[in-house]
Ligand binder design. Structure first.
Ligand SMILES: [Zn+2]
Length: 520
């Protein structure tokens, strides 16, 4: 859909129908807030209004505002009530009543709207907007709303009747005044009484937005709610529409809404904030392919599941270069989340043999996703190191994708051709062999801070190799260490990157050797 302003829209309509020339009795204009919650709320409201199929009604979104207009107030009101009733379902999931073993309605855990007593098993929210007797009366106030002399703290517009700002409208406010106002782009004063009807309505309705990603982690006891950040409403809308059209989100999920495949019933398993974001990128890029509006700026709400709802807020900025790397991988058939991150396990030896330690595995997956998305290769490489009596094992797919990832993410920038990765792998294999008996060399390598220390570790590897038995030397390429020395000399400025690559491959080969040997 191309985006047009209301004026263009009306001009275009004039061709067919002259009556649009005359302006409507009711015209509403809501400017961009430059606030992550309210702009998503504004965009959500635009999608609600677009569903109103009524000849008298016009709506348009531009980069910096939403405009809608109509003549017949009753007709508009009735249509909007219907749409809000429809959106209400987005906040509810069907679960099972543990006692009666029958399906029952449950409000999604992260929605900060108070719940009243269930009526005939149906979720009843206390907010007036969702009381079907009160909603029409609230909307009636829209007729008069612009006539007041009070100034709204959220939009700066004039209004008549005040609403009180609270978490249900704007999750950044807290009950404790001294804690209130995790300031977003807009700085919010600490009085909470001067809110206009439009901002109230939009803020509350944002909980019904089906275009946001969420993931609830029972381990962390909170939900991550991802809000895309754009400085243009039309771009924000385009991104959310593309996400929705891709069919990769399903609002019926209680603990998450990302699907494995578009329009399926199969929810994707993710582990925390960053695995969720990486998995989302994979699904989006795989299913939408070319997009100029792929979001790389996010506001993430951390909403606790317990009774005390102190919401935390974090912004994540993903470098466009990283998105290009992920896109390239997917184009070449390498699903970085599904086939790499999910194919990585931390194994520990127990008396029952090797078992996966799921706590550490989850932590590693999350750290790998995070360090990739924030472009931190050093932290990424450390994740694969052996620790706590165990080691990290990759599936064969994961291993292959890691090679491709390293090529696109690091080698291309380092100016090192793909074939030269074999040198690093061979030396990694040597280090693994030496480390099998004693892994201190690997830790020493990881800790080197200067190039001199690096040379000293490389010399130590060389010495230890000389002491190896013929049988052991047969499996390795002894010239590799000399070739590596040449490579480091050629690329002295990026010796740290070479160190990190060595850490990765040494750790991987060591893990394979340990698994073969039976581990210790
Ligand atoms: Zn306002």
């Amino acid at each position: 859909m191309s985006v047009i302003t209301l004026d263009n829209f009306i001009d275009q309509s004039n061709v067919e129908n002259k009556r649009y020339k005359k302006s409507k009795s009711f015209i509403f204009e809501v400017p961009i807030y430059y606030d992550v919650w309210m702009d998503n709320a504004l965009e959500n409201f635009y999608r609600v209004l677009k569903k109103i199929d009524n000849e008298d009604f016009n709506v348009a979104l531009s980069n910096d505002k939403l405009i809608f207009e109509f003549n017949d107030f009753e007709k508009f009101k009735n249509a909007l009530v219907q749409q809000i009733k429809h959106k209400y379902r987005n906040m509810i999931v069907i679960g099972e009543d543990k006692k009666a073993k029958v399906p029952k309605e449950i409000k999604k855990d992260f929605i900060l709207l108070q719940e009243g007593k269930k009526e005939y098993g149906a979720v009843k929210l206390k907010e007036d907007v969702f009381d079907w007797n009160k909603l029409p009366k609230i909307l009636d106030e829209l007729k008069e709303s612009k006539k007041g002399n009070k100034i709204c703290i959220m939009c700066g517009g004039r209004y008549k009747k005040s609403y009180t700002l609270k978490q249900a409208i704007y999750p950044f406010v807290t009950k404790n005044k001294s804690l209130s106002g995790i300031r977003t782009i807009k700085s919010l004063p600490e009085y909470h009484k001067n809110l206009c009807l439009m901002c109230y309505l939009l803020g509350v309705l944002e909980w019904t937005d089906e275009g946001l990603i969420y993931h609830t982690s029972s381990k962390e006891n909170k939900t991550f709610l991802f809000l895309p950040i754009f400085e243009s409403l039309t771009k924000l809308n385009k991104f959310k529409e593309e996400t929705l059209h891709a069919g990769i989100l399903n609002i019926s999920g209680r603990y998450g809404n990302l699907l494995k495949k578009p329009n399926s019933d199969d929810f994707e398993e993710t582990f925390g904030e960053y695995t969720t974001l990486l998995a989302f990128y994979e699904k989006f890029i795989f299913n939408v392919k070319m997009s100029e509006v792929l979001c790389n700026n996010w506001g993430v709400l951390h909403i606790p599941l317990g009774k005390v709802k102190n919401v935390k807020f974090e912004t994540i900025n993903v470098d466009k270069g990283i998105l290009e790397v992920i896109s390239k991988l997917i184009e070449n058939g390498y699903l970085i989340y599904t086939n790499m991150i999910k194919g990585i396990y931390f194994k520990k030896k127990t008396n029952k043999g090797f078992v996966t330690d799921w706590n550490i595995t989850t932590e590693i997956k999350e750290n790998l996703a995070k360090s990739l998305l924030i472009d931190d290769f050093r932290t990424f490489s450390k994740q694969l190191m052996p620790r706590k009596g165990g080691f990290v094992i990759l599936s064969s797919d994961a291993y292959q994708i890691l090679d491709e990832l390293i090529y696109l993410w690091r080698l291309v920038n380092m100016g090192i051709p793909k074939e030269k990765l074999d040198i690093i792998k061979s030396v990694g294999n040597i280090i693994a062999k030496i480390s099998l008996a004693n892994s201190s060399l690997l830790y020493k390598l990881d800790k080197v801070r200067t190039i001199d220390e690096f040379w000293s570790v490389l010399r130590e590897i060389s010495r230890k190799m000389a002491g190896m038995e013929k049988e052991e030397l047969r499996e390795i390429k002894p010239t590799a260490i000399d070739e590596l020395v040449v490579m480091v000399k050629e690329h002295e400025k990026i010796w740290k990157e070479i160190r990190d690559l060595l850490v990765i491959y040494s750790s991987m080969y060591l893990a394979i050797k340990k698994l073969k040997k039976g581990g210790d």
